[in-house]
Design a protein around this ligand. Structure first.
Ligand code: ZN
Length: 156
């Protein structure tokens, strides 16, 4: 597959997720809530998490918000990737994703879907769009229960 075709494939997945997101909405119940904002593009997301009773596993991830195709596709793919993961695994994936966007890591094959975002890494101005959801979920996971989130978390 040529590089151009590969880029088309990335675009296709991103546009498909943007038009038909699978994880829009709010979890029930809402165990964690965090807003995220990317000022350089204007992307805004509201992320909700449902955790298990011990609060060490993510049972569901949903999002609301508006933004560019990359930011919206990234949060939708992230929700799929994090569902069922322990909070420790999720935080590890945040680090890995951010390293991947810098070109320093590759995701294991079972998470290959997230590699579509690697196409975005060629456009530095768009990296923040792809990172916003991961940045926001990290803040949500590090937040203790019953603590009010500190407004918008910004990735700048
Ligand atoms: Zn954006």
């Amino acid at each position: 597959m040529s590089l151009d075709n590969l880029r088309d494939l990335y675009q296709q997945v991103i546009l498909e997720r943007y038009k038909k997101p699978r994880n829009r909405g709010k979890t029930d119940p809402v165990d964690r809530y965090q807003k995220g904002h990317n000022p350089s593009c204007g992307d805004t997301i509201e992320l909700t998490l449902q955790l298990n009773d011990a609060e060490d596993q993510i049972q569901d991830v949903k999002f609301e918000g508006e933004g560019c195709a990359i930011a919206m596709a990234s949060v939708d793919l992230m929700a799929d990737a994090l569902r069922g993961k322990t909070t420790a695994e999720a935080l590890e994936m945040v680090q890995k994703f951010q390293a991947m966007m810098k070109g320093e890591a590759e995701f294991p094959s079972e998470l290959r879907k997230l590699n579509v975002m690697q196409g975005v890494a060629q456009f530095p101005v768009r990296i923040k769009c792809a990172n916003l959801s991961w940045h926001t979920v990290k803040a949500a996971l590090e937040l203790a229960k019953d603590v009010q989130p500190a407004g918008f978390i910004s990735n700048e």
